[in-house]
Design a protein around this ligand. Structure first.
Ligand SMILES: Cc1ncc(COP(=O)(O)O)c(C=O)c1O
Length: 411
């Protein structure tokens, strides 16, 4: 007898306004791009798109790095690819930890077998250049691995001086810019970054599932020294790298670089629809212009923060280092944060973020990113949150929040 499988209903997700720390609503043009026809991975049109994506992301990352391409997977695939490809067991890596994502870098580096030293920063603050220099002098790492915007705390780590310090001590410099890219300044070449990985689902305004990365020539050289082409696709002209083989096949950036390069090595099948999305995200960013997009994120972030403060709420963390695109706010006394979030979703269709670790249940995180870094998204969210807080009898200032936010938008 044939098993009857339930078909469920046709996919029809609700329209939500995603105002959490990411994912966010994608730009409509990105949705259009994703739905375009599939083509074969070696179709000259496809390889042409791959070259375009490399060029576009050099613009986004503000770099001349030849090795700029996509890792297929969510943002942590980019992180893992960089760390497993750069670090060998026993290599020393220094990691400032100022939130959940610093802990993630440390976790991945440990799995790779690296010797990890962390600089533990109080959540809500950033690591100072002096702290970093002292730790580098003492530990003498091969690699400094940082998070630019740690979404868990909303802090934006300044990187310019870190780059100068790494240059001085000849340390490779990697940064996870998933949550900060396109909403906060990021100058890969000027700040001497050797490797940066990102994701689409924050200020770039796309879905999660693709991780743009860039590698300096010296990082690429170290990775290529570990090149080991898998047997089924190895040809006579391939030679083994002198250095230890990379411990992951999927994240072996030496092979991935050869897929994106003239060799077009058949390492994996590029995620075509995600490449279309990534391409459109970059086009939108570069078309509007880096300065304008970042200013738009700052305007929306400032308006949201001002609106929350006008309600009498307290913001979380050192505000001088707040990311432009997400704000942490203390949940008012006697309010069940998760219940309010759920009601916001069910009644208004608006999603805001909870938080992790020591901050869970204490703060909400509200994002204004990519397509949602717009006045109407800020005002709608504030109005809805205020009305629910009134309903839940929170001790807040009434009627000022939206007005305060509107001050940031004239005309
Ligand atoms: C700073 C940062 N790094 C990494 C990640 C992981 O991204 P993904 O969930 O796409 O793997 C996130 C996701 O929120 C993030 O905010």
């Amino acid at each position: 007898m044939k098993t009857k499988h339930e078909l469920f209903e046709t996919l029809n997700p609700p329209q939500r306004l995603l105002m959490g720390p990411g994912p966010i609503n994608a730009y409509p043009r990105v949705h259009q791009a994703i739905s375009q026809a599939l083509i074969g991975q070696y179709d000259p049109v496809m390889t042409g798109y791959m070259n375009q994506v490399q060029s576009l992301y050099r613009g986004v990352f503000e770099t001349q790095n030849q090795q700029t391409f996509l890792v297929d997977g969510t943002a942590r695939s980019g992180i893992e690819a960089v760390l497993v490809s750069l670090l060998k067991p026993g290599d020393k890596v220094l990691i400032p930890v100022m939130g959940r994502f610093g802990l993630l870098l440390s976790e991945i580096a440990k799995r790779v077998g690296a010797e990890v030293k962390t600089i533990d920063v109080v959540w809500g603050e950033v690591c100072t250049p002096d702290q970093l220099e002292e730790a580098i002098k003492e530990f003498q790492p091969k690699l400094l691995a940082t998070v630019q915007g740690d979404t868990s705390t909303t802090m934006n780590q300044p990187l310019k001086e870190f780059g100068e310090i790494c240059q001085r001590y000849d340390v490779l410099f990697y940064c996870d810019a998933t949550a900060s890219i396109a909403g906060n300044e990021l100058k890969v070449d000027e700040w001497h970054l050797d490797a940066v990985s990102a994701g689409l689902q924050k200020c770039l305004g796309g879905p999660s599932g693709s991780s743009p990365i860039t590698l300096s020539d010296r990082a690429a050289k170290q990775i290529n020294a570990r090149k080991h082409i898998e047997a089924g696709i190895r040809a006579e002209h391939h030679s083994e790298g002198a250095d230890a083989m990379i411990q992951s096949n999927y994240f072996d950036l030496a092979m991935v670089m050869d897929y994106w390069g003239p060799e077009r090595l058949n390492h994996h099948t590029e995620a075509t629809s995600m490449l279309y999305a990534a391409r459109e995200c970059a086009r939108i960013y570069l078309e509007e212009g880096a300065e304008q997009v970042i200013a738009r994120h700052k305007q929306a972030g400032d308006a949201m923060a001002a609106g929350l403060q006008a309600m009498g709420l307290t913001l979380f963390g050192d505000q001088t280092h707040k990311m432009n695109n997400v704000v942490g706010v203390y949940i008012p006394d006697n309010i069940n944060g998760d219940a309010v979030r759920m009601e916001l979703l069910e009644r208004f269709g608006i999603e805001i973020g909870t938080s992790f670790g020591p901050l869970h249940g204490k703060i909400w995180r509200i994002g204004t990113m990519g397509y949602n870094a717009r006045q109407e998204c800020v005002l709608t969210t504030l109005a809805a949150l205020e009305s629910l807080l009134i309903k839940h009898k929170a001790a807040i200032v009434q009627g000022q929040s939206v007005i305060a936010a509107m001050e940031f938008y004239h005309g």
